[in-house]
Design a binder for this molecule. Structure first.
Ligand code: HEM
Ligand code: HEM
Ligand code: SF4
Ligand code: SF4
Length: 260
């Protein structure tokens, strides 16, 4: 028994707060108001424990204490507060925590990115930098809904995130490389000999039998652009669609190119 809240928000912003009320407040007075607050997540979702404790204390003070880390939108979702708590919460969030509300409604939603170069050697561009700079550039569009519908950016450092990125945004920026996949032929031999675990050992809990480079890599290449010449692995890079499969299976032997 919830009803849509209409326009509930903080002064100067048209997004970031999603208004909700119980339609039977006399039965459930504790949740008469139950607005959701979207707080912009940091790029790559890195937090210090201190920052998390600060956020939790703030939400215990002004809200229900119920959270969702993170929503499908990427934001920190703080569920359940009353209208009169919104402005004091927003003041403390922006002044004491240095954090901001995210997007909601028909605006630019909080841009999101994979952790990119901060931890991942496969990232083909600096996803955090792109996400941060566009978030700063489009502050007006994030906070003041002016579009006919929601709009989302997502920044993925490589095609491993392509499905999530495309399904969950309107503009997905997916890193790739122009030159050839880097091949370490000595490491290819180690995989073929079974000395290196396929997929970084991710599936090693079960017995899949001996590693078979034809079955697990070459025959699964979607563009059929890989083959063996003796013990050498060859790739016709102009046919490669950069799907990442072979790289994921043999990460010590194959890496994205250097012209990213
Ligand atoms: C009239 C009542 C409600 C309506 C119409 C409503 C509608 C929506 C809509 C349209 C979304 C966005 C889905 C999207 O990402 O496209 C959403 C997200 C969400 N809602 Fe509700 N909702 C209501 C009440 C509630 C209540 C009472 C709760 C929890 C107690 C709740 C929890 C959530 C959560 C956790 C999300 C995900 C947020 C995110 O992914 O960013 N909603 N809701
Ligand atoms: C057996 C019990 C449950 C199952 C099998 C289940 C399953 C799922 C699945 C499959 C998703 C989608 C994940 C994704 O692809 O993004 C999901 C999302 C979610 N579930 Fe559950 N769930 C269960 C119980 C609950 C309960 C009890 C709550 C809250 C009280 C809850 C809250 C949510 C929320 C808020 C999301 C959305 C997260 C987001 O915003 O991305 N779930 N759940
Ligand atoms: S999407 Fe690619 S670059 Fe980003 S974290 Fe995943 S594997 Fe690394
Ligand atoms: S990245 Fe994909 S398309 Fe390119 S060679 Fe590897 S498996 Fe084939």
């Amino acid at each position: 028994h919830w009803k849509h809240g209409g326009i509930v928000g903080v002064f100067g912003y048209g997004g970031g707060i999603v208004g909700r009320y119980a339609d039977v407040p006399e039965l459930f007075p504790g949740v008469e108001h139950f607005h959701t607050v979207r707080v912009a997540q940091p790029a790559s979702k890195y937090y210090s424990t201190e920052n998390l404790r600060g956020l939790m204390n703030l939400w215990e003070k002004y809200g229900s204490g119920v959270t969702n880390f993170h929503g499908s939108t990427g934001d920190i979702i703080l569920l359940g507060t009353r209208t009169e708590n919104l402005e004091p919460f927003f003041w403390d969030l922006t002044h004491d925590m240095g954090q901001d509300l995210g997007g909601s409604g028909s605006n630019l939603r909080t841009p999101a990115n994979c952790l990119g170069m901060s931890r991942c050697e496969w990232s083909c561009y600096d996803t955090e930098e792109c996400c941060h700079s566009l978030t700063m550039k489009y502050q007006d569009e994030i906070h003041r809904p002016a579009f006919p519908y929601k709009f989302k950016f997502k920044f993925s450092g490589c095609p491993n995130d392509c499905v999530a990125s495309i399904a969950r945004s309107d503009i997905s920026v997916i890193g790739t490389w122009r030159d050839a996949i880097r091949i370490d032929q000595a490491a290819v031999k180690e995989y073929v000999a079974g000395n290196y675990p396929a997929n970084g050992g991710a599936h090693s809990g079960r017995d899949w039998g001996k590693f078979d480079i034809n079955k697990e890599v070459i025959n699964l290449c979607p563009t059929n652009c890989m083959w063996m010449e003796g013990s050498e692995l060859k790739i016709d890079d102009k046919e490669c669609t950069r799907c990442m499969h072979c790289i994921n299976v043999m990460p010590r032997a194959l890496r994205p190119g250097v012209d990213k």
